[in-house]
Design a protein around this ligand. Structure first.
Ligand code: ADP
Ligand code: MG
Ligand code: MG
Length: 252
């Protein structure tokens, strides 16, 4: 599904990712944890294809193709979805308009017919029901004036409707109360399947009480320094990131 090899990335000339390696199979849920400033959001921005991030080495292969060569819309067409720590507001564009355009763009990329408004609404209803999210937010401008929880719910709705092969969720849990956390984790759990993978990025262990990953990786200073199963989260909770920095898998 995703293979990242020795990825090096600079931001404003400063090295942030320093040889990151990650391999994810189909249907797997991986979690990246790490202290603030370790490069977690940088990784998600690079996967999204944001311009400000200069790739100075390494490769990213997504479903057999060179991801770094692809424009953002091509990445989406191939089945990549990103939910960001700070979702953008799009005043004047309703959630309905936004998602219709997004889904039709993905369908067009795949050589599928465009859906008209009625067909689209049917798809929205089915997929929202599957992910246990209501559609009310779609009438409003995208994220405008939404609370933190509403933004996250909206991102989960976008994910449910676009049906990605790989969903990257960057700190979807930050600033959420327990109800909002449950909406996010219910949506992810409802969408888990043998064909769909998730990369869940978080600073906090508590999300992993709701989304149980197959693999956990610890990112420190631009490198994955430790990987393990779900039990690694408990160990981290107990001992903190400093412990990992002292007991790493890698030879510095
Ligand atoms: P994390 O998500 O793990 O908290 P980030 O990837 O956001 O970490 O940031 C990693 C480092 O890169 C930090 O030192 C941060 O200040 C820096 N950084 C990230 N994005 C930018 C940017 N757009 N401009 C300048 N510095 C940035
Ligand atoms: Mg941060
Ligand atoms: Mg971050």
């Amino acid at each position: 599904m995703l293979e990242i090899k020795d990825l090096h990335v600079n931001v404003n000339g400063k090295p942030i990712l320093k040889g990151l390696n990650l391999t994810m199979g189909e249907g797997e849920v991986h979690c990246i944890m790490g202290p603030n400033g370790s490069g977690k959001s940088t990784l998600s921005q690079v996967l999204a294809g944001r311009d400000a991030y200069e790739i100075t080495g390494g490769s990213v292969t997504f479903r057999g193709k060179d991801l770094l060569e692809q424009e953002p819309h091509e990445r989406a067409g191939e089945g990549l979805f990103l939910a960001f720590q700070y979702p953008v507001e799009i005043p004047g564009v309703s959630g309905n308009q936004f998602l219709r355009a997004a889904l039709n763009a993905v369908r067009q990329y795949r050589g599928e017919d465009e859906l008209d408004a009625a067909q689209m609404m049917k798809v929205f209803r089915e997929r929202a029901k599957q992910a246990k999210i209501d559609l009310a937010s779609l009438k409003r401008s995208v994220n405008e004036g939404f609370s933190g929880g509403e933004k996250k719910r909206n991102e989960m709705l976008q994910m449910a409707i676009l049906e990605p092969r790989l969903a990257v969720l960057d700190e979807v849990d930050s600033g959420l109360d327990i109800d909002a956390l449950k909406i996010v984790s219910d949506a992810v759990n409802a969408m888990r399947s043998a064909q769909r993978s998730f990369l869940v990025i978080t600073h906090y262990q508590r999300l992993l009480n709701h989304i149980v990953p197959d693999h956990i990786h610890v990112l420190v200073d631009g490198q994955i320094v430790k990987s393990g199963g779900k039990e690694l989260a408990l160990e981290l909770e107990e001992k903190g990131y400093a412990w990992v920095e002292e007991h790493t898998n890698t030879v510095a």
